[in-house]
Design a protein around this ligand. Structure first.
Ligand code: TXA
Ligand code: MG
Length: 325
């Protein structure tokens, strides 16, 4: 596996040409988006998609998002309805994937056997240039093995796949940190299948009625640690209790919550991960899950379920439901 480091100021075309050549030949290239790293291949090449599913260990009925670099590409792979045009206008490029009726050019394996396809235009210059040079939409799930935590750094991807993939493009840490919002426009009212940085409120503003699917049953983040979601005011008490039981405890919370807690607690056997606010929390959520994974129990402070808070809480609930053992 080859690793290429790219900084945003650089001339991208020269650096990314080799990656695009690998994609054109049916290879697998991991690349940064604004949300998390994706493991990309030519979405229209069945063989390449088949290998992608195999390497990721992904169930065959879980569809892949098609990443495009220009809205005109959407029309080649999907039946673009009026609402989709409005959403593309407002939110592309950005952390939103739109599910539409698929066109026959998209192999059924890519869409997990479904007649729908999700499209998304990432707000990341490296991703957009790679798609452009590859001259095809890229199917790109998060670049982790199925059931794992989505990667926000190239190092996470390298550790996870090694030589199982052909290239990793290292563009530094991703900004948003959690995966895109997924919205299905083939049903009325439109359905949010996965919450993300484009909030339920923003989508309601544009579309009017929007339904949120409560059970994100198809995402399965897992931690080895026992995960508890705790109201900030109760964090010190819960931590104290867990420490008393002799557990190695991890805490991810706002700075003020942590500072307040440390005034009264002995920090030995305690691992803390500070975040500044909701935006910083989403950006570092998966990093915190990775870093605190060697604890017996990890306490995440809860946040209000508005804006990006909803997306954070959905992911916390997910990881608290599924333990890896
Ligand atoms: O932020 C993201 O979306 C990242 C980056 C790499 O772009 N990608 C990502 O892909 O999270 P993945 O495969 O890990 O998650 C895609 C989600 C899954 O929940 C999948 O079920 C849903 O999108 N999805 C994709 N295509 C769909 C379709 N045709 N119908 C319904 N859901 C779909
Ligand atoms: Mg994923």
């Amino acid at each position: 596996m080859k690793v290429i480091r790219v900084s945003p100021e650089e001339k991208l075309e020269e650096k990314l040409r080799e990656g695009a050549e690998i994609i054109k030949k049916g290879g697998l290239v991991a690349f940064p988006t604004e949300t998390v790293y994706g493991l990309g291949c030519d979405a229209l090449n069945e063989k390449a998609v088949e290998r992608l599913f195999r390497v990721k260990g992904r169930r065959a009925d879980k569809p892949l998002i098609l990443h495009i670099c220009d809205t005109s590409q959407a029309y080649e792979v999907a039946e673009v309805c009026r609402d989709a045009e409005v959403l593309m206008d407002d939110f592309f490029p950005g952390p939103l994937a739109i599910v539409l009726k698929k066109k026959s050019i998209v192999p059924s394996i890519t869409s997990g056997g479904s007649d729908k396809v999700a499209i998304r235009m990432p707000a990341n210059r490296i991703a957009l240039k790679l798609i452009e040079l590859s001259e095809t939409p890229l199917a790109a799930p998060s670049a982790n093995k199925s059931g794992g935590i989505s990667p926000t750094k190239a190092e996470d991807v390298i550790a996870e796949f090694g030589d199982e993939i052909d290239m990793v493009i290292d563009g530094g840490e991703t900004e948003v940190g959690i995966e895109s919002t997924v919205i299905d426009l083939t049903v009325k009212p439109a359905r949010i299948l996965r919450t993300g940085a484009i909030s339920v409120e923003e989508l309601k503003d544009v579309l009017g009625d929007v339904e949120v699917v409560e059970k994100r049953s198809k995402e399965h983040y897992r931690m080895n640690a026992d995960v508890k979601i705790v109201d900030p005011s109760a964090v010190p008490e819960v931590v104290r209790h867990q420490l008393k039981e002799g557990k190695k405890v991890g805490v991810c919370a706002f700075e003020k919550t942590i500072d307040f807690m440390l005034e009264t607690l002995d920090a030995e056997k305690l691992k803390v991960f500070r975040v500044k606010d909701e935006i910083d929390y989403s950006k570092k959520l998966f990093r915190a899950m990775r870093e605190l994974n060697d604890c017996d129990v990890v306490i995440f402070q809860s946040v209000q379920e508005i804006g990006i808070g909803r997306a954070i809480m959905d992911r916390l609930r997910e990881v608290s439901r599924h333990r890896s053992d």
